[in-house]
Write a protein that binds this ligand. Structure first.
Ligand SMILES: Nc1ncnc2c1ncn2[C@@H]1O[C@H](COP(=O)(O)OP(=O)(O)OP(=O)(O)O)[C@@H](O)[C@H]1O
Ligand SMILES: C[C@@](O)(CCOP(=O)(O)O)CC(=O)O
Length: 192
């Protein structure tokens, strides 16, 4: 497996826009340069298989996914408590692009695993949005989800290299993504 030149580990609350922003970045960098990886991908796949659910519908921004979120969190936590790096190892298997974007770190164990494995090339990126903005995107406060580690595990104790404010100001978002992309390209150029 080729070692990545840069690993961007994204986190953020529900409906802050992690998928939206990481997809934009991947599109802008191109699929040859950038791999977009989701910790929740293998989790949802295995959960869907065990419960005979629709995997594709667990992937999008749907009420279907939200119906099963609390159960998926518990299911994933069982796997992680047996092996904290379980989903991390699965998603990086066989990836060949030089830039990796992980769209959904949620727990200290996710950050610690990537720090231990790729600390020299790791950038921690936090996506933020106000509760009002998140509500407009469909967020509804849900006990046992929004007060659980899945949502709050990285609220404190992590130093973020980048904070992307995604509150609906397109010009500001463009500028922030432009700066992040320039940094990514500078890292690639430096290491050629
Ligand atoms: N800057 C933006 N402009 C327009 N739409 C946006 C923007 N940011 C997010 N959205 C939209 O808001 C919704 C939620 O965003 P997204 O799915 O990226 O959030 P998320 O943080 O990945 O959420 P979850 O953790 O619930 O999966 C999506 O429909 C997305 O297209
Ligand atoms: C079950 C879980 O992976 C769902 C994540 O879904 P999404 O990233 O919000 O699409 C959250 C978690 O692992 O705690």
């Amino acid at each position: 497996m080729a070692a990545p030149r840069l690993v961007l580990l994204f986190s953020g609350k529900r409906k802050s826009g992690k998928d939206y922003i990481t997809e934009r970045l991947r599109y802008s960098l191109g699929g040859d340069v950038c791999a977009l990886l989701r910790l929740s991908g293998p989790l949802k796949q295995q959960f869907a298989l065990e419960r005979a659910l629709d995997f594709q519908r667990l992937l999008d921004t749907s009420d279907y996914k939200e119906t099963y979120r609390a159960e998926m969190i518990l299911w994933g936590e069982e796997k992680r408590s047996a092996d904290p790096g379980y989903f991390c190892r699965l998603i990086v298997e066989g990836v060949t692009q030089p830039v990796w974007i992980i769209s959904d770190a949620r727990r200290r164990s996710d950050v610690d695993w990537f720090l231990a494995a790729y600390g020299d090339v790791l950038q921690n990126v936090r996506v933020t949005a106000s509760q009002e903005t998140r509500r407009c995107r469909g967020w509804v406060y849900t006990p046992e989800v929004d007060d659980a580690e899945s949502e709050c595990g990285l609220d404190t104790g992590v130093t973020f290299d980048w904070i992307i404010a995604n509150d609906g100001d397109e010009t500001s978002l463009d500028e922030q993504l432009h700066r992040l992309k320039a940094f990514i390209l500078s890292r690639l150029t430096l290491l050629v």
